[in-house]
Ligand binder design. Sequence first.
Ligand code: SF4
Length: 523
Amino acid sequence: MTQIVDDIKPSYPLFRDDEYKEVLARKQSTVEERHDPDRMEEIFQWTTTQEYQELNFKREVLTINPAKACQPLGAVLCALGFEKTLPYVHGSQGCVAYFRTYFNRHFKEPVACVSDSMTEDAAVFGGQKNMFDGLENAKALYRPEMIAVSTTCMAEVIGDDLNAFIANARKEGHIAQDFPIPFAHTPSFVGSHTTGWDNMFEGIQRYFTLNEMAGKEVGSNGKINIVPGFETYLGNYRVMHRMMREMGVDYSLLCDPSEVLDTPTDGEYRMYDGGTRIAEMKDAPNSIDTLLLQPWQLAKTRKFVQGTWKQPASEINIPMGLDWTDDFLMKVSELAGKPIPESLAKERGRLVDMMADSHAWLHGKRFALYGDADFALGMTKFLFELGAEPTHVLVHHANKRFKKALDKLCSESPYGQSTRAHAGKDLWHFRSLMFTDKPDFMIGNSYGKFIQRDTLHKGKEHEVPLIRIGFPIFDRHHLHRMTTLGYEGAMYMLTTLVNAVLDRLDEETREMGVTDYNYDLIR
Ligand code: SF4
């Protein structure tokens, strides 16, 4: 069992050496209590059948492989988007380790976030003392200018009251009276990471503006507010800045973690970098309107914008693909009274040109997809624009109203007549569908790679390749820096989709002397 110093091998291919094969086989037979391989294969084959799918879809109380994450994870991302803000989670340390590693693996960046490490005693007596110490220590050690507090399941189950705890911490001198500490209760047994983002954002809106509305006047600062929602494509923040700048529109991007999650390696570690300034949030009620880029996940934010800021929160769809980017820019143009500039018109024209160039390869291709509600809607719409056919669209955290909206969108496109929307279903449901109604590709986050492997195990002709668009993407590098919104985002997604089709075609036609009549240099 040796490694040679000049040729150190990673686990693959090292574990293919005979001695490792032997060790692994011994481990399987002696300590793993492995089931009979024939029986396992029999069960595997059964899970690929229509009969199994029907049973699978009758599941009511069990989730297998959720296509969502928990609330505080979203709250942490929201907090990271504000200047010099430390996300603080009241609850268990392990939860925070999970949030941090989840973001580390996706963004390949360190992620600052603290917990007040509630353990058994706090679970019995409440976590107020943890919060007193936690706030004091976090402020002293990490010197933030704002601490944004959310909760884990544990704190929620025992009913800890953040408002009271923070007020008491101030009263007892653990933290200054005027130090900003917005908070949000983020119980993970309801909702998802997108609900958590929405809750935290509303907490920040509430903290800085609820009692400061005197003298505020809608439209008085001439700005448009843009709220991104749970957004993990850093290019999407940048494309918003660019499009607004090109339009000459005064705007506030309310929450922008694109700097802190993409800091340069230049010898200086930055715990905080960039982010929306508190002053911008305070000024937000004076704007003409607030546009919610992912409206299906921002219910509380919208309610606050309309109810407290008295702005219309004009209805838009996620600016994904051609039409909905058009709609977004026209809405901005209408609100700000600025024309759409030549540069954006040209960019649009380039996208249309690309769509025409790739049309022959994408027309009629069948894609199944899963992800967050707004992404799923936007991606479905864009696939229609490309002449592709979405077969199954699955959103774990969605309600009947969302399903109705998705069904309506599909009914309006000739390519959506057989699309099926699945709300409240998980990736084990999705796996069944990949066997019983095989698409050409699936679109989603990294977790789909195991579904691809399962379909391949059934046979090459059953394999459904995964196209990675979504969150999290752990097993490919740098995709989080790409853009999925605006014309620029549509160009990236189109490039990704069409090249996946061409890669697959090459793979299927490269057998020398058999299928290479179609293994072309020019596609
Ligand atoms: S679901 Fe609850 S227990 Fe699990 S990581 Fe999220 S907050 Fe922690």
